[in-house]
Ligand binder design. Structure first.
Ligand SMILES: [Zn+2]
Length: 580
């Protein structure tokens, strides 16, 4: 499937049109010189065996060109790097569909987010910050959620990609949808949090719920997936499972073992609080045990997997010891359930490892092996410190404070919660009709409904030709990756992939009505408890006693975990002086 080359061997068949200015790192003596280290040659076969799942890859053009700020640890450039490696390995030849997508519309965002918050996001800019100061404070923008140029467009882009992936999964025209630009799991319905402005995951799950009776959300970011958990805290149609570091003061400060959901959603939120330094063996053991039990109990009809890469060892903000192989094994384990799967990114602050991780996980999802040698890309010198390897050693920098006993205690506790689930009527009494019933259900629908579904399933997708896709984000020598102009919505059209509607896996018959999902499935933060019981632990919103500062919860913003600016050697920005 691939070939190894060494220095002096023919260059990649795929080359980039991108040309760096003459004074960049590309002119360093190390550029393109790997010595005795090998170079991966790209996969060139475009064979899609029927045994493999259909994979769709979403990458909004220009999403990687945004900047939170020079010293901010969140660097969308990691998305550009990931894309370069994915295409450098030739994985695009094994991916069935590659899409640029239109940004999510205001109306699509408003399915979850508050109107006044969206008004604010769409209006605030670095230039008008001073006149909007009171609103900036009201909405809790600040150090870790700064106001930066085109942040609303950036948010619409990554959200549009997750929505498009969810729609394609609903249509049954893909088995796996990948959006590495998504996964911003901290955003709340009325305020940003932890580098996240719009919660693409919640929006995507709401879209999946239009069709799927039960959606399982799995979060392997080192931070608690609080925004997603909060949105569905009272729902029994969405089960959230978050594996994260929990000490009480580690951002976002939530996600303790006893937080299980509320009302109808009781026991439909699971939290796996871990301590610093967890290693591959421990993490994989507890992850596989809990996910296997959860899938068996909840029987999801779709899964959303958030793959935050800050749980890797050596992350700039993280404190775990996971290798890329172990992180990817979690992805592989979830993939093996053969349930429609939306995979999104998330955190990850040591850029060179984030892009390695998500590239490797793309290969895992596609189902092909890729060599440990990195392919040649324009960012070659960025990976020199690891001898251009896909799997550098990342472990062992933090002492493992977890013990077999502490993990066993968590596992037993979660199993007890899942035992309650077995008797939950909303799950146990739901029948999944056989395929023939789904087919008959389709026949019942009117032509208008069918047409609507076709439009919805393909809305915003702009399919790319994989043969030219590698450089689609570089428009030639004049495009220096500064494409910050807001993308224009592309006209809706039925992609080639959509013509295969009906493939699916019988999922169509599982729908419980096709209308917009009831707002009851989303936690209404303003709801009062009707039984006098304690409120959900994260029942909060701006101006109502929540957020950072003198509020009830002491949370350490992620940014504050970076006491020192990165030295040149530590800098995660490829060609840091160029600030890509
Ligand atoms: Zn994170």
């Amino acid at each position: 499937m691939y070939r190894y080359g060494t220095h002096g061997s023919p260059a990649n068949n795929i080359t980039s049109n991108f040309v760096w200015p003459s004074d960049t790192f590309s002119s360093s003596p190390y550029f393109n010189d790997r010595g005795l280290n090998g170079t991966a040659q790209p996969i060139i076969e475009r064979i899609h065996p029927h045994s493999r799942p259909i994979v769709s890859y979403y990458f909004p053009k220009g999403v990687g060109a945004h900047h939170y700020g020079e010293r901010h640890p969140m660097k969308p450039a990691r998305l550009t790097l990931t894309n370069e490696l994915v295409f450098g390995y030739g994985l695009h030849n094994q991916i069935h569909n590659i899409y640029d997508v239109r940004p999510a519309t205001r109306e699509e965002l408003s399915v979850y987010h508050d109107a006044d918050y969206l008004d604010f996001l769409s209006r605030v800019t670095p230039a008008n910050q001073s006149e909007m100061r009171s609103l900036i404070e009201k909405f809790n923008c600040g150090e870790d959620c700064p106001i930066f140029a085109d942040m609303y467009d950036f948010s619409r882009m990554y959200a549009g990609a997750s929505l498009a992936g969810a729609r394609k999964l609903c249509a049954g025209t893909t088995d796996i949808a990948i959006n590495w630009s998504g996964g911003l799991h901290h955003a709340k319905r009325g305020e940003p949090s932890g580098f996240c402005y719009v919660n693409d995951i919640v929006l995507a799950i709401l879209e999946l719920l239009r069709y799927h009776p039960r959606v399982l959300y799995i979060d392997i970011d080192i931070h608690h997936g609080d925004g997603v958990e909060l949105a569905f805290y009272q729902s029994d149609r969405v089960m959230t499972v978050s594996f994260h570091k929990y000490t009480g003061d580690f951002f976002p400060g939530t996600g303790k073992l006893d937080d299980n959901g509320y009302g109808a959603g009781k026991n439909f939120a699971l939290n796996v609080p871990l301590l610093d330094g967890i290693d591959d063996d421990m993490y994989l053991t507890i992850f596989k045990t809990i996910i296997e039990d959860t899938v068996a109990s909840f029987r999801p009809s779709a899964i959303v997997l958030q793959c935050g890469a800050d749980s890797l060892g050596s992350d700039r903000l993280g404190a775990f010891n996971l290798s890329i192989a172990a992180h990817g094994e979690c992805v592989n384990f979830v993939r093996a359930f053969n349930v429609p799967l939306l995979v999104v990114g998330g955190g990850g602050y040591t850029l060179r490892n984030v892009c390695r991780c998500w590239t490797y996980e793309t290969s895992v999802l596609v189902g092909v092996s890729i060599p440990n040698e990195l392919p040649r890309t324009v960012y070659d010198s960025f990976f020199a410190d690891s001898q251009w390897k896909l799997h550098p050693p990342l472990s062992g920098r933090v002492e493992n404070q977890n013990t077999p006993a502490s993990l066993q205690r968590i596992t037993i506790s979660i199993r007890n919660k899942l035992r309650y689930l077995q008797g939950a009527p909303s799950v146990a009494m739901q029948e999944i009709p056989p395929d023939i019933q789904g087919f008959l259900k389709d026949e019942e629908r009117s032509q208008e409904e069918i047409q609507e579904e076709i439009s919805t399933a393909s809305a915003g997708e702009q399919r790319m030709d994989p043969s030219i896709a590698r450089n689609e984000y570089f428009d030639g020598d004049k495009d220096v990756d500064h494409d910050s102009s807001p993308p224009t919505p592309s006209p809706t059209r039925v992609s080639r992939g959509s013509a295969r509607r009906g493939r699916g896996r019988g999922g169509r018959g599982r729908a419980r009505g096709r209308g917009r999902v009831s707002s009851a499935s989303v936690v209404d933060e303003d709801d009062d408890n009707d039984d006098g019981s304690p409120p959900p632990p994260r029942k909060s919103s701006r101006g109502r006693g929540r957020g950072r500062g003198a509020k009830t919860r002491v949370a350490v913003p992620e940014l504050k975990r970076t006491p020192d600016p990165p030295t040149e050697a530590e800098s995660d920005t490829p060609g840091a002086s160029h600030d890509i």
